[in-house]
Ligand binder design. Structure first.
Ligand SMILES: *Cc1c(COP(=O)(O)O)cnc(C)c1O
Length: 390
């Protein structure tokens, strides 16, 4: 897609779904899209919504929590209805800030007075999840067409996970009929999901790690709430209790039945930056392929899974990013020099990988930076009001 993210497909469709719904519902308000991003969502949402009539989009990213290329992608964004702002904090701070603003009556009233309303382009928006289900249906069909599997054979799916959106789309694909054995959830050093899937205890009281796979640097995975709703038999009171406990104490523990339901369908693993880099090197040595840092986490977790279980089911690994967004980390992993500036690194990676540099990334080199604001996380609301001129 236009921003070299797997998120592009859903975020190219979402503006159409949204503007169509608004017309159908007879809403005459301008829709203000608020986004918290760990790198890729922000840019993909900006491209999807840029200059879409009746919308305005504002993106918050953690100042030191995205790659140099991701930052350049966002700060050079074109369009008359866009705003981009860095916050001093991590992704969870940005996401919590956005969620707080969303649920504040005062802010909603203020927007309404000015003929505006909020919506989200994060994967808490169902319009993000639904399009992604197609990835898994399409992949399965492709495997059958290629003769890799027989129709009806089960496959495993490994997804490098952050907010639990992409893997949840895989879960929906399974429950819509795609034959899936295990959904394998791969995390980096921010391994709160690994522990949860293994023990049934979700505990975000742990250090936040800034890693070389920044789009997975998350300790509060929003879409897990949806999974638990399904696995608890749509028990909304139970879900409210668990997630109330999560915001109060940072922790909750699910029932034995839910634990068992999770273990039936999911497997989880994690790896740190050193293991991720070692995996990139292994893949490069074996296949001359330069794998990005997020996909490499999934490959490593899959290798561990296969070794631990002996499961030989045909497995699909979701590859979520272009290596060119993380050129420095990929080059370092395969033992190359990383002294050049960001676009020097891109050229170097192109020589090594023999993969053409995506035109949209190459073009960033000469683009003017439009957005340089960095704010405290407490000032997000003021930034929004000022950007909207209200
Ligand atoms: C967003 C993203 C992820 C995580 O996807 P979730 O749906 O948030 O779990 C993984 N890798 C990359 C490159 C991403 O941009």
């Amino acid at each position: 897609g236009p921003t070299c993210a797997f998120k592009d497909m859903a975020l190219q469709i979402l503006p159409y779904l949204l503007t169509t719904s608004i017309k159908k519902l007879g809403v005459d308000k301008k829709v203000v899209i608020l986004v918290a991003t760990s790198g890729d969502t922000g840019k993909a949402a900006l491209e999807g919504f840029k200059d879409v009539e009746g919308t305005e989009i504002l993106v918050f990213y953690p100042e030191d929590g995205v790659s140099a290329m991701q930052k350049k992608q966002m700060t050079t964004q074109e369009g008359g209805n866009v705003g981009v702002c860095a916050i001093k904090g991590n992704f969870d701070d940005a996401q919590t800030g956005v969620k707080t603003i969303f649920t504040s009556k005062e802010t909603a009233d203020k927007l309404a007075e000015n003929g505006m309303m909020f919506s989200s382009a994060n994967s808490i928006n169902w319009g993000r999840l639904a399009p992604q289900i197609i990835y898994y249906v399409s992949t399965y069909a492709q495997l059958v067409a290629d003769g890799e599997i027989e129709l009806g054979d089960k496959i495993n799916i490994v997804v490098p996970t952050g907010n639990f959106g992409n893997i949840l789309a895989g879960y929906y694909a399974k429950h819509m009929g795609v034959p899936v054995n295990k959904l394998i959830c791969a995390s980096n050093a921010n391994n709160v999901l690994t522990d949860f899937i293994k023990t049934g205890i979700y505990d975000r009281n742990r250090p936040f790690h800034t890693t070389i796979s920044p789009s997975m640097d998350i300790l509060i995975s929003s879409n897990l709430e949806r999974l638990l709703y399904h696995l608890s038999g749509s028990d909304d009171a139970q879900i409210r209790e668990w997630f109330g406990s999560l915001s109060k104490t940072g922790r909750y523990e699910v029932t034995d039945e839910v634990k068992k339901a999770i273990a039936d369908e999911f497997y989880a693993g994690c790896c740190d930056d050193e293991q991720t880099k070692a995996c990139i090197k292994e893949i490069y040595d074996e296949y001359s392929y330069t794998c990005d840092t997020h996909t490499a986490v999934a490959v490593k977790v899959y290798k561990d899974y296969a070794a631990a279980t002996g499961d030989e089911t045909k497995t699909v690994i979701a590859s979520t990013a272009s290596p060119y967004k993380f050129s420095g980390s990929v080059l370092a992993a395969i033992g190359k020099d990383t002294n050049a500036d960001e676009f020097g690194l891109v050229d170097e990676l192109a020589e090594v990988s023999k993969i053409p540099v995506p035109a949209s990334l190459a073009a960033l080199k000469d683009k003017e930076v439009r957005f340089t604001k960095v704010i405290d996380k407490a000032d997000m609301k003021d930034y929004i009001y000022s950007a909207l001129g209200i």
